[in-house]
Design a protein around this ligand. Sequence first.
Ligand code: AHR
Length: 493
Amino acid sequence: MKHIAMLVNAKDVIATIRPEIYGHFAEHLGRCIYGGIFVGEDSPIPNEKGIRKDVAEAFRQIRVPTIRWPGGCFAEEYHWQDGIGPRESRKKMVNINWGGVIEDNSFGTHEYMELCRQIGAKPYINGNVGSGTVQEMAEWVEYMTAVGTPMAEARRANGQDEPWRVEFLGVGNENWGCGGEMSAETYAAEFRRFGAFCRDHNGNRLCRIACGPSSADYGWMETMMKSLSKGWGGYPLAGGIDLHYYTMPIHPQMDSATDFDDALHYATMDSAFFCDELLTRHTEIMNRYDPENRIGLIIGEWGCWHQVEPGTNPGFLYQQNAMRDALVAAIHLNIFNRHARRVMMANLAQTVNVLQSILLTDGEQLVKTPTYHVFDLYKEHQGGTAVYCYTDADKADEAHKAPMVSSSVSIKEGVMTLTLANCSLTEEVQIDCDLCHFDAHETQARILTADTHAFNDFDHPEDVTIQPWTAQVTNGKLQVKLPPCSVVAGAVK
Ligand code: AHR
């Protein structure tokens, strides 16, 4: 067993962990929306206004704070007017990016807002820059948030009297790629135009989110910050910059979600930990242009991208989700907490049946993935105050960079939440943690642990689930064991 020393100083504050760091992403892709979230009122699957009751309940349990919608690359083909009004007369389209299937637009703005209402999440609408117009995006904002205007009247005619509150507006998606193959300079100019005409109606304050870099494209970030950090009146034009980073240690087509060797396990950990360097370097650029921290860093798409499950449509990105994915989620969420000063939101790709899903569905069956359980273990961090913690950790494996242990700590209402992941396949770890400036008397812990390949499926939905765990606090020191491949959450007070 390895003994690892850890230090937490409750006075060493980073920032408040905005709940949106625990956000999600749902695109019109494969079976994420249709079948996954929305089944329609006439479905035999229990639903409320067409939204699956089991899925909504699962979202509520982990306090999903926001869901980015409708894409992704889909957002850049989406015309919101096709998704309102009587369902039977909504215009259909081909979902070019994702399998070429017919999209009937039966899930549109009203249905999305109903989902947000049912689960208590803030809307995050992603607008269309690549194939849309400024007028179209401006009218969508007016439709959702205004009162007494032509678009507000159209909304009322479709059954919604009250305006919705929309804080987060994505101005385009991946405009360096599927959103129009633009240069950073061209996109920044587009952002300024689109952003200017998407107005704040009726007291609704928009946070306009600019397309951010792909992974380590620091040049893109530099241009965004140079162009968008100061508008005409000196105020930032963008409220957030949306970085996308997927964990892909090798080409996804070669990386089975459940059948991989030890070297690939550790390479995946390396790839997940790289997110820390990425956030550090993007934050350095942001700090230079925005020392007052008015523009948030968003990780609007993150998670593991593996091979699709054999026999499924390659355009639907349906993959299994093993304990390895749970470790990747734990590492990322710890990194986001540690960067809470600059990181204002993150959205795991993608809620149900797509990429690193938290839920899988098959007809009326529902499975919670190991990744879902990580969000459950971490939910008390939402709204907490992140504090610095230090671990004296070895590497998880000699041939790789990833440390054995990932950690983060926050305090909320007198309770300290510690989340720890052991990425080693073989070593048990004993954490000896000094808790400075915190009056600790008792602790409770929960654990998620399994073989790195273990997963839940429809025949075995509970192979990987949270169990109670033991931890002790004595004389201001917390002691807890971490089995190989485990994620532990401790609550200390
Ligand atoms: O999440 C799947 C796709 O990955 C999104 O549509 C796109 O934004 C990204 O490239």
